[in-house]
Write a protein of this length. Structure first.
Length: 79
């Protein structure tokens, strides 16, 4: 099963592993974080500069079908 996370119509991450992509999607939506500080750090220092995501909508695709959407927003990052 091919799984992808796309943003602006471009595949950012893809895998045939059924664990990796859902885990990353959970991180991007904050569902896998224990607190807001951990989530903010992940977005500011890993997601944007290293993984090449941008602020805005992103999508979870399975076998060519859109299944979930999420947003990376600057509002959560304001301290």
């Amino acid at each position: 099963m091919k799984q992808e996370i796309r943003q602006n119509g471009e595949t950012i991450i893809e895998s045939d592993d059924t664990i990796f992509i859902p885990f990353i999607f959970g991180n991007l939506t904050g569902r896998s974080s224990n607190n807001i500080k951990e989530f903010k750090t992940y977005i500011e220092y890993k997601t944007i500069p290293l993984m090449k995501f941008q602020y805005g909508k992103f999508e979870f695709w399975q076998d060519g079908k859109l299944t979930k959407t999420g947003y990376i927003t600057k509002l959560l990052l304001i301290t």
